[in-house]
Design a protein around this ligand. Structure first.
Ligand SMILES: Cc1cc2nc3c(=O)[nH]c(=O)nc-3n(C[C@H](O)[C@H](O)[C@H](O)COP(=O)(O)OP(=O)(O)OC[C@H]3O[C@@H](n4cnc5c(N)ncnc54)[C@H](O)[C@@H]3O)c2cc1C
Length: 295
């Protein structure tokens, strides 16, 4: 049997030459040679076992810019690998479960610890890999352990082994793929949890643009949000093609219509250069790039 038949047989769909802009969060990107979408943990593991080592694994693509030239490698998308279970004070989440749904379940069962994360788009896998966080709370505060596919084996990793630091984890360096994660929370009145989650969402809506974006473009620098420097340089509203520096939050680049990945990339480079020249600060990208880009 061909390897793609084995993958399909074990619970996945495969598309060839699918346009990236039809699936990416920013609605940009060229054709993806082989797009594999498993629908269960078993399907994901079989897909990992039957693809080459240079495969790419993504969740909801809310932090990833796909090149307009597309991806000439196998891409596995985990967003259909759903599941979240409550075990006393823990949530056991499959990698493709949305962080927002995990927050809803935590709230419903009176489990506290995820309040500040409410409203971050993306999957559990992406949130662990990126150590997603907001308003002083991080995934690393609540993760207890994870099952990770690495070098052909499934291994159990504890919090230390996941090496989670600011917007980074060991998974981004060692090619490990998160299969599932255990989040350790504490019991609390669901009404108080709901109220804190509502506050986090409100703060988010008041400070961030609602247009299509990839969230924060750059990481914090010298204890300041990158937006502080970008705004100081007068870059709010700057455009390349249909990519625009949000006038609401300077660290967001929004797609105003038919933006391409290269528009986004060029604007990002322009911001980086301007801030370095005018403020002497070299901003580091938070957004992850896949494929080739031209300045
Ligand atoms: C409007 C908006 C607001 C945002 N607000 C925030 C915020 O407040 N805080 C914040 O931290 N982020 C924020 N983000 C960014 C993004 O939502 C988070 O980084 C999110 O955790 C990414 O999840 P994802 O599934 O979309 O990851 P993807 O973009 O699919 O992937 C991101 C990275 O994680 C890796 N990855 C994905 N899944 C796995 C896996 N199973 N195993 C190993 N590696 C994996 C990918 O290879 C890639 O390198 C925001 C984005 C948007 C669009």
């Amino acid at each position: 049997m061909e390897k793609y038949d084995i993958i399909i047989e074990n619970g996945a769909s495969i598309c060839y030459n699918r346009k990236g802009d039809s699936i990416s969060a920013l609605k940009t990107g060229g054709r993806i040679r082989v797009l594999i979408k498993p629908n269960s943990i078993k399907g994901l593991i079989v897909a990992l076992q039957n693809t080459s080592d240079d495969r790419i694994v993504l969740g909801n693509m809310t932090n990833t810019l796909i090149s307009d030239q597309g991806i000439n490698r196998e891409l596995i998308i985990t967003s259909a690998v759903k599941g979240v279970h409550v075990d006393e004070d823990s949530l056991i989440c499959s990698t493709g479960e949305s962080l927002s749904n995990a927050c809803i379940v935590a709230r419903k069962f009176g489990l506290s610890g995820m309040e500040s994360l409410a409203g971050i788009p993306g999957s559990i896998g992406g949130a662990v890999a990126m150590n997603a966080g907001a308003f002083g709370g991080y995934m690393s505060d609540i993760i207890e352990s994870a099952e990770v596919y690495i070098d052909g084996n499934i291994v159990h990793m504890n919090r230390e082994e996941l090496g989670m630091t600011y917007r980074h984890s060991s998974l981004l360096d060692n090619g490990g793929v998160l299969i599932s994660a255990v989040l350790r929370l504490v019991h609390k009145n669901p009404i108080l949890i709901a109220s804190s989650m509502k506050d986090a969402r409100t703060k988010r809506h008041l400070s961030q643009p609602l247009e299509v974006s990839l969230g924060s473009v750059f990481k914090r620098a010298n204890d300041n949000g990158a937006g502080y420097y970008i705004e100081k340089c007068g870059l709010k509203g700057s455009r390349v093609g249909e990519a625009e520096v949000s006038t609401k939050h300077a660290n967001f680049i929004i797609n105003t219509g038919k933006c391409t990945s290269n528009d986004y990339y060029k604007l990002m480079c322009h911001i980086q250069k301007t801030v370095e020249k005018e403020c002497g600060v070299l901003l580091q990208r938070e957004v992850r790039l896949i494929g080739e880009f031209e300045e």
